[in-house]
Design a protein around this ligand. Structure first.
Ligand code: GLP
Length: 244
C-alpha cells in the first residue's frame, strides 16, 4: 500500500487527480470504478476543471459505480445516480450508455445483482476510487461481509445510517438497504485509489493499514491488493504509527 499524506482536503484532491489522470493519459478507454460520498468530490471537481481547461476527453471512458441505495428512485435528490450526475457526469463528455450504476429501484433486486455482476465480470476496472466508512466499510460492504462477496443487497448498519443522516431530513428517511459491488469485485480492479479525510476516519484508516486482515474490517483486505494508493489528510492519518 502506498500512503500519501497531504496537508488538507484540497491537496488530497489534487494528489488523487494526478493518479487518475495518469490512468486516463495511458488509456483514453479506461474503465473507471467510481464512488460517492464527500471524499471524492474534490477529485471530481478536478476532473471537471481539467476537462474544461485541457479538453481531457471521457468519450471512450466507461464507468462503474460501487453502490446505490435501495428503495429510493433514481431521480431522488439523495440517490447515488443523482449524486454522480450532479458532481461529475453532467460536466464531462461521457456517453450516458457508458455509465453503469447498480439499480436499487427495481422490484427484482436479485436480478439487478446478477445483471451488475455480469457486466463487471465482462470487464476489468483500471482504477477503482474508494472512500471508507467510519466502520471501515468499502462500497456498502459492512463489517462481517465475506471477502468472497460479489454484487449483493446489504442491510445498512446503524452507524452507516447515522453517518449518512446528514443528507436526509431524518434518520427514518435514510434507506436501510443498498445494492453494492462485493469485496471480490473491488479486489479485481487493477488499481485502487482510496481517499479519506478528517478525524472521523482515523481509526478506520489505522485498522485498514496496520490491523489484522479480517472480515470485521472490510477495508483491511486491501493489504492483499498489490496496487493500492491511499491519499489522506493529516487528520485521517493521525493514528498511523509513522505519522506520529
Ligand atoms: C457511503 C458510501 C461509501 C463511502 C462512504 C464514506 O457509505 N457508500 O462508498 O465511502 O459513504 O463517505 P464519505 O466520503 O462522505 O465519508
Amino acid at each position: 500500500m502506498k500512503i500519501i499524506v497531504t496537508k488538507d482536503y484540497q491537496e488530497l484532491s489534487k494528489e488523487a487527480f494526478k493518479v487518475l489522470k495518469t490512468v486516463l493519459d495511458n488509456n483514453p478507454q479506461a474503465v473507471l470504478g467510481l464512488a460517492t460520498g464527500s471524499s471524492p468530490i474534490g477529485l471530481y471537481q478536478a476532473m471537471i476543471e481539467d476537462h474544461k481547461n485541457h479538453q481531457t476527453s471521457y468519450q471512450d471512458v466507461v464507468t462503474f459505480n460501487l453502490d446505490e441505495y435501495v428503495g429510493i428512485s433514481k431521480d431522488h435528490s439523495q440517490s447515488y445516480y443523482t449524486f454522480m450526475h450532479e458532481k461529475l457526469f453532467n460536466f464531462i463528455d461521457i456517453k450516458p450508455e457508458n455509465i453503469n450504476i447498480p439499480s436499487g429501484a427495481t422490484k427484482d433486486l436479485q436480478q439487478a445483482c446478477i445483471d451488475y455482476n455480469e457486466k463487471l465480470s465482462n470487464t476489468q476496472i483500471d482504477i477503482q476510487v474508494l472512500g471508507i466508512g467510519s466502520n471501515a466499510h468499502i462500497g456498502f460492504n459492512e463489517p462481517g461481509t465475506s471477502f468472497e462477496s460479489e454484487t449483493h443487497i446489504v442491510e445498512l448498519k446503524e452507524k452507516t445510517r447515522l453517518d449518512n443522516q446528514r443528507f436526509f431530513d431524518s434518520l427514518d428517511d435514510v434507506p436501510s438497504k443498498a445494492i453494492t459491488m462485493g469485496i471480490k469485485n473491488i479486489m479485481h480492479a487493477k488499481q485502487i485509489l482510496l481517499l479519506a479525510y478528517g478525524k472521523n476516519k482515523a481509526q478506520a484508516i489505522k485498522d485498514m493499514v496496520e490491523g489484522a486482515i479480517s472480515e470485521d474490517v472490510p477495508a483491511s483486505i486491501l493489504q492483499k491488493h498489490d496496487n493500492v494508493i491511499v491519499v489522506l489528510d493529516e487528520e485521517a492519518a493521525s493514528l498511523l504509527k509513522h505519522e506520529k
